[in-house]
Design a binder for this molecule. Structure first.
Ligand code: EPU
Length: 424
């Protein structure tokens, strides 16, 4: 299993080009199941999760080809198989994004339930409820959800849950509604830029989606979707992670292909901490004032502070001059990084879904274990600034969401090496 060895203390300086967004690419790839003719997707990152989705699409009859220039070409060749098996779904829960497209195009879908994951209990009840509102029937058999519908009919539906809107749930219903008969209105829809990107992709294929980016999305069903060429938006979470990498190493990074308008809550928080973030044509420059101020942060659905940057921000706040408070409102248990950061000398106290971060002068290198994608990123950030050597085990988690992370960090001055580690 791969691990990273990081010798901390180097200042990061230079230019980073942000890749296409994983969480846009995954539902857009799922949507290709509904499209006639060839689709060309640009800026799809070459990541483990993307490869898992491509494997799933191949099993479902889609021809997927990565070109030398990185573009993905996709064409549906065979519509017989409707089963997303547990083997793939348990590797990547975004596999559930095929429910809506399969139901809309093939009139049935059998999708293994993903089960829990490292960041907590992650149900898909809202996805299923939304699809049922469009006319689907559902049944749970041997761990698989079976969905079927003779036809889908547009309707008004409310998609909010106990923790607010659902990103991939909104995606599923929006995709199914694109080929439903009549008008669908989704209330309490997720407003994330990735949902907007999916809506724009569907429209580029001939769908009629409006209001995406607001909590009320209207979809007028069309008879068919046709192939198009489409470029995925830049990954705001990858950009935010590099911003924090710059801040924590007292560095200076120029992020290209970055949309600061997708990161307003993050930039606002970083500025309160004392990080300097300046727009620069087509990107941002991030540098750090040496003193980091403590802050209070609560994760919220977009446009609030994203849960996917909570762990990375916690690492930064470990070194602030005073006590910070971080509250997690999306995934109450998303704190596996807390104990690992503690091994590196951080002073953290968890109370329910809140962590009090008492700033310390320095972190100290240690062997630590990655447990999920964003927690792994947080540990790499800690390693970059810690005194001495840090070994981050199980970095396959980070490969799910950050393409060639160590090579890109080395290019801007980090001392990080990928090793093959035998874990007994
Ligand atoms: N929820 C329900 N029922 C549902 C669906 C969600 O109660 O049917 C709850 C969840 O348990 C959670 C909240 O609603 O408390 C929001 O979850 P959401 O459905 O929005 O999450 P998701 O769509 O499964 C996406 C991203 C996650 C990101 C979350 C929140 C993708 C592929 N995944 O997940 O990304 O954390 O939105 O922004 O888009 C990551 O990239 O590391 C990652 C975990």
């Amino acid at each position: 299993m791969d691990a990273f060895l990081i010798n901390g203390g180097n200042r990061l300086k230079g230019t980073i080009t942000v890749n296409g967004a994983k969480n846009s690419a995954l539902p857009i790839l799922a949507a290709t199941l509904m499209v006639e003719g060839e689709i060309i997707l640009k800026d799809v990152p070459d990541l483990r999760d993307v490869n898992t989705m491509c494997q799933l699409l191949t099993k479902l009859g889609v021809q997927v080809q990565r070109q030398e220039n990185g573009d993905l070409h996709l064409t549906v060749l065979d519509e017989m198989n409707c089963h997303a098996e547990y083997d793939l779904v348990r590797q990547m829960r975004a596999s559930v994004c095929i429910m809506g497209p399969m139901l809309a195009k093939r009139k049935k879908a059998q999708v293994a339930l993903p089960g829990g994951c490292a960041i907590g209990d992650r149900p898909v009840n809202l996805h299923v409820q939304g699809l049922e509102a469009l006319g689907a029937e559902s049944e749970l058999l041997s761990g698989d959800v079976h969905l079927k519908a003779k036809k889908l009919l547009g309707t008004e539906l409310f998609l909010g849950g106990p923790f607010g809107s659902t990103v991939t749930g909104t995606a599923n219903v929006m995709m199914a509604a694109a080929l439903a008969q009549g008008r669908t209105v989704i209330e309490s829809a997720a407003c994330e830029p990735e949902v907007v990107d999916l809506g724009n992709f569907l429209n580029a294929c001939g769908a009629q989606v409006t209001g995406h980016g607001s909590p009320r999305i209207t979809i007028d069903g069309v008879k068919e979707l046709r192939g198009c060429e489409y470029t995925v938006i830049p990954d705001r979470i990858e950009a935010g992670t590099f911003m924090i990498a710059s801040a924590i190493t007292n560095g200076e990074l120029h992020l290209k292909n970055c949309k600061p308008e997708h990161l307003l809550a993050v930039i606002d928080k970083l500025r309160h901490i004392g990080v300097i973030v300046e727009k620069d044509n087509g990107g941002v420059v991030v540098s750090s004032a040496r003193r980091l101020e403590p802050v209070e942060v609560t994760t919220l659905p977009y446009p609030g502070f994203p849960t996917d940057l909570q762990a990375q921000l916690m690492t930064l706040l470990c070194l602030a001059d005073g006590n910070s408070v971080i509250t997690e409102r999306i995934f109450a248990d998303r704190f596996l990084h807390v104990a690992e950061l503690g091994r590196m000398g951080a002073h953290l106290r968890k109370e329910g879904s809140t962590v009090i971060v008492e700033g310390v002068k320095r972190l100290i290198g240690a062997p630590v274990m990655a447990s999920d994608l964003r927690a792994s990123a947080a540990l790499v950030l800690a390693g970059l600034v810690a005194k001495g050597q840090t070994r981050v085990s199980r970095v396959y988690h980070i490969d799910r969401g950050y393409e060639q992370i160590e090579k890109r960090l080395i290019a801007i001055g980090a001392d990080i090496q990928r090793i093959d580690e035998q874990i007994p």
